[in-house]
Design a protein around this ligand. Structure first.
Ligand code: GTP
Ligand code: MG
Length: 446
């Protein structure tokens, strides 16, 4: 059993470079529910999340073998974020590099003091440049190109970090690397051309100072990258190919309450809209088959341009994960969105994701009255018959349920079971010939 909630910051708190640099960019109010351990991969991930740096032994090993191929991927359906490398804070990279460079001694057997000093100076500058740039090179190689990511992960990057920021930060880290290489080489060569011991010492000091200045002024890109990696790694482990039940509906209609009953996810439940500020992944196991359940933030009736990132996240889940929909309608007048607005949201989502397998549920039926609910701002007489019918019974075939009185819950569980089995069968048909090649592109469901 496991449940896992990743919360998206409100848009006002989204990627802010200053905050990020100051280390303030932690997903606010992030809660991670890690109950038991049905998913081995999650345990492994946390070990990684809790560490902070790329281990020196790893750096050394890479240095020796020059092997740039990424480590073998154990599970190719688990997202790319969990495989991101650890990024070391820029200040640690600098002091570790300096310490190592200082330990480099001149080539043995040079008797002349000036020659020995210039040999030592050039070697130390070269070592400093290499130690500074090696981790940056690793980051460049191991942070995936956004274009090669699964569309769901791409959407997450855009929604959490802001459009273009991921690439921008990676670009800045690489520019820093290039600058260090060029300045480091230049100063090592100058030092090697010194004619006296004193000159060699001065040129060594000058070179170190110059590299330090560059790292000091541009190294914040590394710290930004470290925060990016932390945020991305903290996202829930989503199996991009596992049949997934996605609960959708307006805010406060009872989605999270239903997820609690249907899965192992443990969402927050409160009586105000937008309690759910992120995607919760829960799991259902039915007849030895595993499924995911996602609780999503409520969707409001408005144009796409006006949607906030929480709503966009819901749409990204529907668009990019292999989801079947459980659409929740609240006709009691309790949730804050009128039935007529819910009807419009429903029509829009249904039309947009018309090929998705689907169940409609009318929630909180313990509170439902005989007569349909009208909001004061609505014109009851102007209703067309379809809407009037919706106000009373919801869409055709909708199941009435109540989490409070348990009415309809068993029936809902068995419908969900059928839906997920059908979704699974559908995915098996859609899947191309089974492939054992882990590097082949993962399937994209749109
Ligand atoms: N009477 C009654 N109240 C319910 C029922 N289901 C949920 N509620 C209440 O409705 C409120 C909203 O429930 P949630 O499950 O948080 O709704 P949600 O759709 O997840 O809300 P957001 O995450 O904010 O979009 C809570 O106060 C619940 O206790 C029900 O069957 N009957
Ligand atoms: Mg909720």
């Amino acid at each position: 059993m496991s449940g896992h909630l990743w919360q998206l910051p409100y848009s006002s708190l989204l990627f802010n470079r200053t905050k990020l640099y100051q280390g303030l960019y932690a997903l606010p109010k992030m809660k991670i529910y890690s109950l038991c351990s049905s998913k081995q991969i999650q345990t492994t991930t946390y070990e990684v999340v809790n560490g902070s740096y790329l281990e020196t032994s790893l750096v050394k090993q890479e240095n020796k073998t020059k092997d740039t191929t990424p480590a073998p991927v154990a599970l190719d359906t688990v997202g790319a974020f969990q495989k991101l490398p650890m990024v070391m804070p820029s200040v640690d990279i600098y002091y570790s590099a300096l310490r190592k460079a200082r330990r480099v001694s001149p080539t043995k057997g040079i008797a002349n003091a000036a020659k020995r000093e210039k040999n030592k100076g050039a070697k130390q500058l070269d070592a400093l440049m290499k130690e500074l740039t090696l981790p940056l090179k690793t980051y460049k190689e191991k942070f995936p190109n956004k274009r090669h990511l699964h569309p769901y992960e791409r959407s997450l990057i855009e929604l959490t970090l802001g459009d273009g920021n991921y690439e921008e930060v990676l670009g800045k880290v690489d520019s820093l690397r290039k600058k260090l290489v060029s300045v480091g080489k230049e100063h090592a060569s100058l030092c090697a051309q010194s004619s006296t011991k004193r000159e060699a010492e001065e040129r060594l000091a000058e070179g170190i100072k110059r590299l330090e200045e560059i790292f000091h002024s541009d190294g914040k890109a590394v710290d930004e990258l470290m925060q990016i990696a932390k945020s991305l790694r903290a996202m829930p482990v989503v199996d991009l190919e596992m049949p997934t039940l996605c609960l959708v509906g307006a805010p406060n209609v009872g989605k999270s309450s239903l997820v609690r009953i249907l899965s192992t996810g443990k969402p927050e439940i409160c009586n105000y809209p937008f309690t759910t500020r992120g995607i919760l992944m829960g799991h259902i196991t039915l007849s030895y088959q595993h499924f995911q359940v996602t609780d999503t933030p409520g969707i409001l009736r408005r144009r796409d341009e006006d949607r906030n990132n929480l709503e966009k996240l819901t749409l990204a889940v529907l668009a990019h994960l292999p989801t079947a929909v459980l659409f929740v309608h609240d006709l009691t007048g309790e949730c804050g969105t009128s039935p007529s607005d819910q009807f419009l949201i429903y029509q829009e989502i249904k039309e947009r994701f018309s090929s998705h397998l689907w169940i409609d549920v009318v929630s909180k039926c313990d509170l439902l009255q005989e007569s349909p609910v009208f909001y004061i701002t609505e014109d009851a007489d102007a209703d067309h018959s379809e809407l009037l019918k919706y106000r009373t019974t919801g869409p055709d075939g909708a199941l009435r349920v109540s989490v409070k009185s348990q009415v309809g819950i068993n029936e809902l569980k068995s419908r969900v079971h059928e839906l997920l089995v059908s979704q699974s069968a559908r995915l098996n048909i859609e899947k191309p010939e089974a492939t054992t090649n882990a590097s082949s592109p993962r399937k994209i469901f749109i």
